[in-house]
Write a protein that binds this ligand. Sequence first.
Ligand code: NAD
Length: 360
Amino acid sequence: MPGFGFGSGFTYTGLPARVVFGTGTLASVRAEVERLAISRALVLTTPAQTAHGRLVTDALGDRAAGVFSGAVMHTPVEVTRVALDAARELGADGVVAIGGGSTIGLGKAIAVRTGLPQLAIPTTYAGSEMTPILGETEAGHKTTRSSPDILPETVIYDVELTLGLPAALSGTSGINAIAHAAEALYARDTNPIAQVMAEQAIAALSRALPAIATDPADRDARAGALYGAWLCGMCLGSVGMALHHKLCHVLGGAFQLPHAETHTVVLPHAIAYNAAAAPCAMARIAQALGTAGTSAARGLYDLAGAVGAERSLAALGMPADGLDRAADLAVANPYWNPRPLERAAIRDLLARAFAGAPPA
Ligand code: NAD
């Protein structure tokens, strides 16, 4: 691949997950659970998605042990303990998580503690189902760990289940997914496989998301977005992330800002920060966005506008006097990024994101 510098070699680790993708694929959940030798599945949902839980238990029949509908954001270990008690009392020998990253996080938290097999049915574009990563909170403190035991064995993507994802959340969730692909293109351990997935993913999502904003019931667009989200999840699961993910982690943890919305605001600015240090990645992002005439950062900012998303941290509830603290936290623990971490430039980046200004 001329010009991409892979002559010196690379390492690629495949993620051993089985994927069933399509429309109406939820109908295969019983067969997939049998394949995993689960005879009594604990079905996990958020309180808002109990109807999705019922769809699963109806399809599972006597392979359903019961439903736990207490999944919440940030996978608090107190909730995991209650779910573990429920799993024990019901004699569950596997979990089926249907929902977004919060519900899938709970499934991972149970699986890593018990060794139970897990099947994930994502209903957002967050991508957690494709990663061996688990973020948990205890007494307000967030920890993240990675292990092959955390990766769900089987994932069912059913386009039908995403039709009800509200238009606003669809846009921000989709841009949250694009963030995984964008950072995969300049990851320290990037490789040609991750890059192919990233480009396909950005192209699919950037075409699908504006169409979904116009018509949330557009099945073609929904299929494109879910396919893109799958590929983005694989990018997140297979290579390391950088400044953008770190900033969102800091902002979510320190100021309780909403996950997908924060990613959407920060992404154009983080990409602008890294632009000069990763020109090849920028060209590929811009090309995939179909905005080759303009910068990758501007293309992402415009995409957020096209889906009607908030583009300012202030609108998400970030306090103005939090910018210095956020900049301090962002550089507190060194981590890899294509451009060195410079506090003053990161403070500027955050100020632009706070104001909703276009990326520098
Ligand atoms: P979420 O799971 O919190 O869902 C947001 C809300 O939307 C919830 O109330 C949910 O019930 C509802 N919802 C989901 N799908 C719906 C649908 N189809 N129709 C109607 N309502 C629906 O949000 P998320 O953005 O998917 O996930 C965010 C969480 O996932 C964060 O905690 C984040 O840290 C984590 N995450 C983890 C990884 C990982 O690899 N470990 C990756 C991505 C995200």
